[in-house]
Structures are given as C-alpha cells and as structure tokens.
Design a protein around this ligand. Structure first.
Ligand SMILES: [Zn+2]
Length: 347
C-alpha cells in the first residue's frame, strides 16, 4: 500500500515512462499496445485510479485530479503521435522524402586543392617571383626529347624498359620534365629563364617512396656568364621561402647526363633541425633536388653557341617536397583519394 507521497511520485514516474514509450514508437499498432498497457481495463493508470479509495478522504480530491490529468495527457500524446505517424505513412506512400527537422544538421564540405597541386603552385609562385616564366610540354614524348637531346647515351640505364613506359620504340611517357628544356631552347634565343612543372611517369615498383607517376618542376637559366654561384643563390632563396630561413643547404657532387658539373642538393632535416632522426636516417640531411650546369652537348644539340652561353638546370619532385613539408611518410597517400587524408590540407 502506497502512502500519499509515494502515490504522487508514482504518477510522475508513470507519466515520464509513458511519454518516452510513445515518443519512441514508430508503428500505429505499437501505439495501441501502449494505450492498452496504460489505459486499458487492467492498465497502469486505470489501476492507479482504482487505488484512490484506499487513501484518506481529505487526500482523495487532489490525488484524483492528478490521476485524471495523467490519463488525459497520455490520451492526448497518444493521439498526437498517431497523427504524426499517419502523416509520415502518407508522405512515404506518395513517394516523397519525409523531412525530419529534429535530426542534427550535416556539414557541407567545400572542395580544396589537392596537396600536390598546392605545393606545385607554391613552387611556381616562388620562382615566378625570381623572374622565371612557366613553360609546358607534352606528357607523351619522343625518345629524342626525353633522352637523346639531353645527352643520355644509348646504353644509359634510364632508357631501360624497367624505368620507362614505352608506347613504341620511339614514343614514350616522359620520365622527367627536362624535355621541355630542349623544346624551349629550339624556339627561343638566350637569355631564357624558365620553370617547367608537369607530370612524369616511371615504370618503377610502387612502394612508400616511389610511384609510377609523380610531378616534377624543372628550372633552367641560360645567358652569358651564368655561374654555379647563381644556381646556389637561386636554390637557397627557394629553400628559404619554402622551408624557412633556418634551413641549411648542402651541395654534393653527383652525375646527370645533361649537366656538368652536377650536384645533389640536401637541406638540413626540418624535423630534427639536423640533430638526426628516423626521417633523415640519422644523417641530419634530406635530399631535395638535383642540379648542375647544363652540359655543352645539350647546347650543341639545339644550336646554342656553347662557347658564348652558359646555364644551369635543376629539377625537383613535387611529392617529395610536399612529403618533407607536411611530414608525410608514404607517397601512395597522394594517389589513393582518401578524403580523411586530403581534408587535412585545407589551406
Ligand atoms: Zn631528421
């Protein structure tokens, strides 16, 4: 037997439970079951009303009012929910979407440039600021422009089928953007100061460090009295713009068929500031690009006077720069179109 207080609490509890059940019910038949459960002959609210006679006479009017109020509220909410469900059914029957205004909103995504595009544009911007013009060439090249004119001997390993996608004996997918150099030289007299951004293709095993396609920016400058010091100056200015003025550069002697002398350029590791970490393999240095003075044999091939003109050339991988700049450890991420990756570069 409940006392008066407990009875009031029980009414409140019953109300909350009934409202919750009605709100969660999505079928009309379910609503009918809820009606029977609370308002039927043996229903919860009906029993509450029956119990009223056990309470002291002076409490009965107030408790009776509460119980009747509860009964009315539950009837009303049941009716409202039934109306709503009928409305939804009708809308669905008409084949229209039912808009549930109570659902949380979804954020719309705004498209952004791919990180490789962003870095490519930044590189172009920096060199443009130093007086370089942009030139472009075809992705499908001839052996002459991709190799022969650039002083690649017939037996050079880069000509091997393993590195190059050949379409036939003479036509191939360019392995670097250097052919643009020759195409520009053929049409222009020095001075020329050009950067050639573009996509390249190599028949390489795909892993975290190399991919069958990538982007390169090639740069070159030909004039009278162009020296290696000019090359160092331009590359230092570029690296400082791209990675910050704390970064140091190192030029290591190297070999490329179309430059002499040639150098690999390293920058001090931007992650550990040169102290040594796993990214720089504990050397403190990161390889960033190749460069050198254009070989006179290239000038001879395009009819430039190699006694009169000198020039430098450099080439860098855009993905490589993006990986260093953003600390990305796998080149394949750029080509998998995973939005979770791409959305991190919303500059
Ligand atoms: Zn490091």
């Amino acid at each position: 037997m409940l006392n008066t207080n407990e009875f009031q609490n029980s009414i409140q509890k019953t109300k909350e439970e009934a409202f919750r059940e009605i709100d969660q019910e999505n079928r009309l038949e379910g609503l009918e079951q809820i009606r029977v459960k609370y308002l039927g002959r043996k229903g919860i609210i009906t029993s509450l009303l029956k119990n009223l006679k056990d309470f002291p006479e002076e409490d009965r009017p107030a408790l009776g009012q509460l119980s009747n109020q509860l009964k009315k509220q539950v009837e009303e909410v049941l009716l409202q929910r039934a109306e709503k469900l009928k409305e939804i059914q009708l809308t669905l029957k008409k084949g229209r979407w039912f808009l549930d205004y109570t659902l949380p909103g979804r954020k719309g995504w705004v498209g952004k440039l791919h990180p490789v595009t962003q870095v490519n544009e930044r590189i172009i911007q920096i060199f443009y600021g130093m007086g370089f013009e942009v030139a472009k060439g075809p992705d499908i090249e001839t052996d002459y422009y991709n190799f022969s004119s650039l002083n690649f001997p017939q037996d050079h390993p880069a000509r091997d089928m393993q590195d190059t996608f050949y379409i036939n004996d003479d036509i191939l997918l360019r392995t670097h953007t250097s052919p643009v150099q020759v195409r520009v030289f053929e049409k222009t007299e020095p001075p020329v100061r050009i950067i050639a951004p573009g996509r390249c293709y190599r028949n390489e095993a795909i892993n975290s460090r190399s991919y069958c396609t990538f982007h390169q920016v090639e740069g070159f400058y030909v004039d009278t009295d162009v020296t290696f010091a000019d090359l160092k100056g331009v590359l230092t200015a570029f690296v400082w713009e791209m990675f910050g003025k704390d970064v140091k550069l190192r030029f290591r002697a190297s070999f490329f068929p179309f430059t002499e002398p040639s150098a690999e350029v390293d920058i001090s590791c931007i992650l550990c500031s040169g102290k040594g970490c796993s990214v720089c393999k504990h050397t403190g240095w990161l390889e960033i690009l190749g460069a050198g003075m254009i070989d006179p044999a290239v000038f001879d091939a395009v009819g430039y006077d190699s006694e009169k003109f000198t020039g430098y050339a450099f080439g860098m991988g855009v993905e490589r720069i993006a990986m260093l700049k953003y600390g990305i450890n796998d080149i394949r991420l750029f080509y998998e179109n995973d939005l979770r990756f791409l959305r991190q570069f919303q500059l």
